[in-house]
Design a binder for this molecule. Structure first.
Ligand code: G3P
Length: 218
């Protein structure tokens, strides 16, 4: 499974990149607005901090002609960029247009298998299926992820299913069980993936025993 960090915060990208296990970054208009910096400047800095990673940057227009213009502009900034497109009618048309040109896309705001089917048929590179926002309204957001993974395999679509709107480590575990190709999550959730109380107590005990015995390495 690929792991992406969902952020517009350069410092978080820098720290996540140091681990060497993060495959990319997803941003959205809200995250970019929160960063307090310019869109292009932020996205290019993220590309620089995570060489080789897939960096999703989203169009904000909602009519086809303007979406095409924005998508081509964004895609021209850097080869690592994946153009993020909302699942609306002109969005699907745009994904087909970009996919025919070999430009990678991430279809966002996907909540159902029927929406995911349209994204897959248009040639989306990633289908961002939101989990937490569905859980927020008392439904099980992971069901559509699992069903979409099954659909992609069953019909041989090339799209990868990206579990987005991840709110806690159990979402990541469930995304693994569902066979999602990617999970994207806030930096603080990535940090939580490291945590286990038995790791902390176990390490403390190892170090105490080592120090008590007066050992050294080499
Ligand atoms: O970037 C898309 C998605 O991960 C947003 O998550 O927490 O705002 O629902 P959230």
């Amino acid at each position: 499974m690929k792991l992406f960090v969902d952020t517009g915060d350069i410092e978080e990208v820098r720290l996540a990149a140091e681990w060497g296990v993060i495959d990319g970054v997803t941003t959205n208009p809200t995250l970019i607005a929160k960063s307090g910096k310019g869109f292009k400047e932020t996205v290019l800095k993220i590309c620089e901090l995570m060489p080789g990673g897939d960096i999703s940057a989203e169009v904000v227009a909602t009519d086809y002609e303007s979406m095409v213009k924005e998508a081509l502009e964004i895609a021209s900034w850097h080869e690592q960029i994946v153009v993020k497109v909302p699942l609306i009618e002109p969005g699907i048309r745009l994904v087909k247009f970009l996919s025919d040109k070999g430009i990678r896309t991430n279809v966002t705001l996907v909540f159902s298998v029927s929406q995911a089917l349209l994204a897959a048929k248009a040639g989306a590179t990633y289908i961002s299926n939101f989990v937490g926002r569905v859980d927020d309204i008392s439904d099980d957001g992971m069901v559509a992820v699992a069903d979409t993974v099954r659909m992609v395999h069953e019909y041989g679509f090339e799209s990868e299913v990206l579990a987005a709107s991840i709110r806690h480590p159990l979402h990541v575990v469930k995304a693994v069980e569902a066979g999602a190709h990617v999970s994207t999550m806030p930096f603080k959730i990535l940090q939580m993936l490291f945590k286990h109380p038995l790791t902390d107590s176990g390490l403390q005990r190892f170090l105490e025993d080592w120090n008590k015995a007066g050992l050294t390495i080499g």
